[in-house]
Each structure stands twice: as structure tokens, then as C-alpha cells.
Design a protein around this ligand. Structure first.
Ligand SMILES: [Zn+2]
Length: 479
């Protein structure tokens, strides 16, 4: 018995000048087709609206992956210089974005530019893994009969042979991503099955295999209920700080550089490289921590449910009614907190731990985060004065511990309580993100409109046109 897993890997690639320029052309052509499809679709949509308005009942517009209409010997000569598979994938990428929209998972595909479409999807016919004369594996680009160049890459870990690769350029560095299927020796079980099995263990065994994990924003470290700590290396934090200083310097110079000049372009590229370091370092940290946790002896990981999005949202502006002036709303203080939360990359640790644990048949559970740092893990007494900086001293029973360790113990206890309560044993389907139009609000005039406010549109709504205002709702779909 075994199961098939999908794995992905992203390696640094080192194309020479010629191959890099060829790849850039491929990226550009794929983007051109994608944008062509976006524009075409908007035309179709406009046409459809017109026809519906003129009283036609059943209007159908084409939905396909054709791209031949964009090729023109005079206007788009350059599209003839790249393999047709590259162009076809531009249409395929647009189609998958469109399908997401039709399923209600996203908005309509929009025009992309160099910045947000910097990759090229290459399919099997256009690449193969070959051994170079020096004995390393490289990717040969082009068809078998007409190879156009080799792409050396540095594989920092084992990988499988992929059917499709994605090559991208980020801040002057090249990366190749591959996705492949491979066999796993263990039979994977669903989360609710794991919860059921864990619940079958006696109390002592559950205590042994459960690990509570607390994050400390101020010190940017992760503490476990076993007393262990994970923190980013000091040298990495120092580098992040230095690159930030460097980025600011480039930003100042860019402000004075002449628009459109080669010098400005160079500065922008250097700024991008400085800016690219921090997210990369955070991602690396998240992978290291989650790998360390997932490969430990624990079978059940308990994390705080923080709702990162809610915490990182900017605070509301506050207006003083009497004087009409804006009041301090703590935005600056919160900006610091936001950064620290993102720096501790809690969200990505949860995400990476979730899949790494699932592959090892281990369970990840969330518990409410309220008062985990103020509660005594021995007697349950909750008081803000229990905490003295990094120490935790209970006012009632005198229990003493490192504050993070105490919080991790609380999280662990809450996790076990919820496990025993059957919280994780219910079958949950994946979260679905649906977009819902706010049409109801347009029909009911708001208070401000009736009291002589400014109706912005003929239909009586205020602010952006209700047709264009789309609300994001998250709802769990019942199985
Ligand atoms: Zn106590």
C-alpha cells in the first residue's frame, strides 16, 4: 500500500545572456497572448451587455483558447519567432484564470504587465532534462530536433522529473519551478481520521504526542510546549536591516534620476534586489521551523488561531466630531506590530506545517488565542499582572516559567481539550471564496441618501457604482 503525492520544487537557474534574452522573449510573448485574450474577453462582455440591453434573451459569447487571431505578419511579427507551444500556454493560462472567475473563485482576469507576469510555462515538448558534458543535470530548451539553449540549475534537494516547468525572473535572478508526482510509502489519512485515532489514546499518551506552539511577536521567535525555541538567525535579521537601509538609499536616488534613463532602470533593478531578500529569508525561516516541527516526535500540533488578515488590517481613521480634526488612531504603532507579525511569518509557518504534517499523518489544530499569555498553565488563573516581561509568575499559585513556555503549555492544553471535545473530528471541506455582488444595498436607499446626502449615481447608491462593487465573502460549504 502506498499513496501518490504531488511535490513541487523551486531551484535557482543560471541562464547565460543568450538564453536569458530568449526566455524573456518567451515570457513576453506568453504575456502578449494572455493580455490579448483579456482584451478580447472584455470586448465580448461589452457586446453581450449591449445585446442584452437591446432586448435579446439568449446571448452567447465565445469562450475558447484560440490565439491565431493575434498573429499578424505585419503587426505582431515577433510572435512568429517563438514556438507555438509558448503562445498556446498564454491562452491556457488565461483560460484557467477565466475558469476561476466563472466558478466564483476570483475576479475577471486582468491585463498583466512585466511586473506581475514574469514567468513562462513550458510544456514537455519544449524541454528535457539532459546531462551536460561536465556531468550535471541541465534543462535543454527547444524541441528535440531544434534545441535552442541549455538552462543550468542548482538542485538543492532531490526532485522528480516534471511534465511542465515554470521559469521566472525575479529581481534579476532566475528560478525554475517543477511539479512532479511521486510515491509515498505511508497511506495518507484525512485530518478527521487522525483526530479520531488521537482521541482513542489515553491521557498520558496524548500529552506525550501533543505539541503546543506559541509565537512571540516582540522577540520574533517560536516557542514550543517542550520548552524549545526557534528564532531567526541574528545575521539574517542584521542583513534584513542593512538591505532595508540600502533600499532607502536607492529609493532616494531613483527619485532624483531622470525618468526613462538607463541609469534609473539600473537603480530600479538594484532596489528590487535589495527588496527581494527579506521575503526570501522569511520563507526560508518558515520552511526550516515547520520542517523541524513536522519531523519531531509530536503527532498533534496546536497553534493559535490569530486571523492574520484581521490583525494586519489598517486601523480605522478617527474623526473628532467637535473640532473636525483627525485624531491619532494608533496607525503608526500598529504598522510596527504588523511588520513584526509578518516578520515572524506566522501565516506561512501554519501553511507549511499543515502540509508537512499531513504528509506524515500528523494533525494540526487551531485554538483561540485569547489570554494564552496571561493564563497560568498550572491553576488556570488569568490576570494581566501574571506576566513580568519575559517571566511568568502566577499571582495565585506562584507557578513560575518563561512566558512563552507558559503560553505554549496553555495552547497545548486548549488543543487537547478541543480534541477530546471532538472539534477536529468533523469532516470539513475546503474553504471556498465566493464573490457576491452587493445588489441589495443599491435597492434600499441608505440613510444618508434620504437625508439629502449626495447620490453619486442615477440608481441612488453612494460611493463606487454598486455594479462594480464586489464583496468578498468566505463561507464554508457544507459537505
Ligand atoms: Zn497559577
Amino acid at each position: 500500500m502506498s499513496s501518490t503525492l504531488q511535490s513541487g520544487a523551486r531551484f535557482r537557474a543560471y541562464p547565460d545572456r543568450g538564453v536569458a534574452s530568449l526566455l524573456r522573449r518567451w515570457v513576453g510573448c506568453q504575456r502578449a497572448i494572455y493580455n490579448g485574450k483579456v482584451e478580447e474577453d472584455r470586448l465580448f462582455a461589452a457586446q453581450r451587455r449591449l445585446e442584452l440591453a437591446s432586448g435579446k434573451a439568449d446571448v452567447k459569447t465565445p469562450l475558447d483558447q484560440r490565439y491565431a487571431q493575434f498573429k499578424d505578419r505585419e503587426l505582431t511579427r515577433w510572435l512568429y519567432e517563438v514556438p507555438s507551444q509558448i503562445l498556446r500556454n498564454g491562452a491556457v493560462r488565461w483560460m484557467s484564470a477565466k475558469q476561476r472567475q466563472l466558478k466564483g473563485l476570483g475576479q475577471a482576469p486582468r491585463r498583466r504587465c512585466r511586473r506581475d507576469f514574469n514567468s513562462v510555462v513550458i510544456i514537455q515538448e519544449l524541454f528535457r532534462f539532459v546531462r551536460s558534458p561536465t556531468g550535471e543535470m541541465v534543462i535543454e530548451l527547444g524541441t528535440k530536433t531544434n534545441p535552442v539553449g541549455v538552462l543550468p540549475f542548482k538542485a538543492h534537494r532531490a526532485y522528480g522529473i516534471a511534465n511542465t516547468i515554470v521559469v521566472r525572473e525575479v529581481a534579476g535572478q532566475w528560478f525554475v519551478s517543477l511539479c512532479y508526482a511521486h510515491e509515498s510509502a505511508i497511506v495518507l489519512r484525512e485530518a478527521h481520521e487522525l483526530a479520531y485515532e488521537l482521541n482513542g489514546l489515553d491521557d498520558g499518551a496524548v500529552q506525550q504526542v501533543t505539541l503546543g506552539i506559541d509565537r512571540n511577536v516582540r522577540d520574533n521567535c517560536i516557542a514550543t510546549s517542550e520548552g524549545g525555541q526557534y528564532r531567526a538567525e541574528a545575521i539574517v535579521l542584521e542583513r534584513m536591516r542593512r538591505k532595508e537601509v540600502g533600499a532607502k538609499r536607492y529609493q532616494r536616488r531613483i527619485a532624483h534620476a531622470k525618468k526613462g534613463s538607463a541609469n534609473r532602470r539600473k537603480l530600479v533593478a538594484r532596489l528590487a534586489r535589495k527588496k527581494a531578500y527579506a521575503p526570501r529569508a522569511r520563507k526560508d525561516f518558515a520552511h526550516k521551523v515547520s520542517h523541524g516541527l513536522a519531523t519531531s516526535g509530536a503527532q498533534f500540533f496546536v497553534l493559535e488561531d490569530l486571523g492574520i488578515q484581521g490583525l494586519t488590517r489598517a486601523p480605522k481613521a478617527r474623526l473628532d466630531e467637535a473640532s473636525g480634526k483627525w485624531l491619532a488612531n494608533g496607525a503608526r504603532a500598529k504598522a510596527g506590530l504588523n511588520r513584526s507579525i509578518l516578520e515572524s511569518c506566522w501565516g506561512s509557518i501554519h501553511r507549511t506545517l499543515a502540509y508537512k504534517a499531513a504528509r506524515r499523518n500528523k494533525l494540526v489544530g487551531l485554538v483561540p488565542a485569547a489570554y494564552t499569555s496571561q493564563e497560568c498553565s498550572r491553576c488556570g488563573h488569568i490576570h494581566p499582572e501574571n506576566r513580568e516581561g519575559a517571566r511568568f509568575v502566577c499571582r495565585r499559585c506562584g507557578f513560575e516559567a518563561h512566558a512563552d513556555h507558559n503560553a505554549a503549555l496553555n495552547i497545548k492544553a486548549r488543543g487537547i481539550e478541543r480534541l477530546r471535545g471532538g472539534e477536529y473530528a468533523s469532516v470539513k471541506t475546503s474553504k471556498r471564496v465566493a464573490f457576491r455582488r452587493r445588489d441589495e444595498r443599491a435597492q434600499q436607499p441608505t440613510e444618508r441618501n434620504t437625508t439629502g446626502g449626495r447620490p453619486a449615481h442615477a440608481c441612488g447608491g453612494e460611493g463606487p457604482h454598486p455594479e462594480h462593487r464586489i464583496e468578498r465573502t468566505q463561507d464554508r460549504v457544507a459537505a
